[in-house]
Design a protein around this ligand. Structure first.
Ligand SMILES: [Zn+2]
Ligand SMILES: [Zn+2]
Length: 305
C-alpha cells in the first residue's frame, strides 16, 4: 500500500489558504517527500502526519518555492530526535544549495546524505521505494520523479514441489535469494510467477510538457502534474516562463494513459482552479484539481506485467 498526500498546491508563494506544492508518500513506515517550500512543515502538521519518518527528500529544482522550507523541517526532525540518516536527492548543486541553507540549521542529531542527479534519467532503489528521476524543461535545471513500489510474482507452490525444492528454502527464494545446496542450485525464477503490477506515482512540476514526462507517467496509478494557468489563453505565458496550462497537463495525461490526474502548482492569481476543470475533463476525464491535504491510498492491483 502507498499513502499519498498532496500537502500543498501553490506555486511561487504560499497563500493563507494554499501551501506550496509538495508531495508526501508513506509506505511500510518510511516516508518520502518531494519538494519542500516555505510552510511545507505546517502543511504536514495540518495533515496530521509526522516529519520524523521522512527518509528521503527529492527536490525537483532549486527555486525557493520548492526548497526554502528545508532548514525548518530539518530542525523539526532534529527536535523529534530522529537518529537515522536522511537522504536528499536533487539536481546538480544539491550539496552547495543545502549546505548554504544548513548554515541556519547546523546541528542535527542525524546524518544527511546526498545524491546528486547527474544523468538525464536515473533510477535509485531506497528501501521499499524505486525512484526514477527524469529531466524536464524549466528555466533552470529541473527533474520530475516517478516513485514505484514493485511487486514480485506469486510463489508457485506446485512447481516448487515438482522440482523437489526443500521446503526450508521456499521463504528465502520468495525473497529473491539464490540458494546453493551441494550440487543443487535453486533460483527465485524456478518458483516465482510473472512479476505483478506495482504501485506507481509520477510527479512533475515547473516544466513544459516533455517526452520524458510522458515516458515516466506512462500508465501510472496517479499522475501529479503542474497546472500553473487555467486559461488556454495563457499558453504563451506558460511557454515563456516554462510552465503548463491545465489543458497541456490534460493532454500529457491522455498521451501517457495515466489512471488518474491531479493538478497542482497553481499560480497565486488562479483562485478557483475548479472553474477550469470541465474543460480539462473533456480532454482527460479522470482529472481532479488538487487541493491542499488531498490524499489517497493506492493498493496493488492484480495485473501481470
Ligand atoms: Zn515552482
Ligand atoms: Zn521553478
Amino acid at each position: 500500500m502507498l499513502d499519498v498526500c498532496l500537502l500543498g498546491t501553490g506555486g511561487m508563494m504560499p497563500l493563507p489558504y494554499r501551501w506550496l506544492t509538495a508531495l508526501m508518500l508513506r509506505s511500510q513506515g518510511s516516508s518520502l517527500l518531494i519538494d519542500c517550500g516555505e510552510g511545507t512543515q505546517i502543511a504536514l502538521k495540518e495533515k496530521g502526519w509526522s516529519a520524523k519518518p521522512i527518509d528521503v527528500i527529492c527536490f525537483t529544482h532549486y527555486h525557493a518555492d520548492h526548497i526554502s522550507g528545508l532548514p525548518g523541517l530539518l530542525l523539526t526532525m532534529g527536535n523529534a530526535e530522529r537518529k537515522e540518516p536522511l537522504l536528499l536527492i536533487g539536481p546538480k548543486g544539491l550539496e552547495r544549495v543545502v549546505g548554504a541553507l544548513r548554515t541556519i540549521a547546523p546541528e542535527l542529531p542525524f546524518e544527511i546524505q546526498y545524491h546528486e542527479i547527474k544523468e538525464a534519467e536515473e533510477e535509485l532503489r531506497i528501501g521499499t521505494y524505486v525512484i526514477y528521476a527524469y529531466r524536464v524543461n524549466h528555466n533552470i535545471l529541473c527533474y520530475g520523479y516517478k516513485v514505484s513500489i514493485l511487486r514480485a510474482g506469486k510463489f508457485q507452490l506446485e512447481q516448487a514441489e515438482q522440482l523437489k525444492i526443500p521446503k526450508k528454502y521456499w521463504n528465502r527464494l520468495q525473497k529473491g535469494e539464490t540458494i546453493v545446496d551441494g550440487e543443487q542450485r535453486y533460483t527465485p525464477e524456478m518458483v516465482m510467477g510473472k512479476t505483478r503490477r506495482g504501485i506507481h506515482v509520477a510527479y512533475c512540476t515547473d516544466t513544459r510538457p516533455t517526452d520524458s514526462i510522458e515516458k515516466y507517467a506512462k500508465d501510472v496509478d496517479l499522475f501529479i502534474c503542474e497546472g500553473m494557468y487555467g486559461e488556454k489563453e495563457k499558453e504563451a505565458k506558460a511557454k515563456e516562463y516554462k510552465h503548463m496550462t491545465f489543458g497541456e497537463a490534460a493532454y500529457l495525461a491522455k498521451k501517457a494513459q495515466v489512471r488518474q490526474l491531479w493538478l497542482t502548482h497553481f499560480s497565486p492569481s488562479l483562485t478557483h482552479p475548479e472553474e477550469y476543470m470541465e474543460e480539462v475533463r473533456k480532454i482527460f476525464p479522470r482529472a481532479k484539481a488538487g487541493k491542499d491535504g488531498m490524499s489517497t491510498e493506492l493498493y496493488f492491483i492484480d495485473e501481470e506485467v
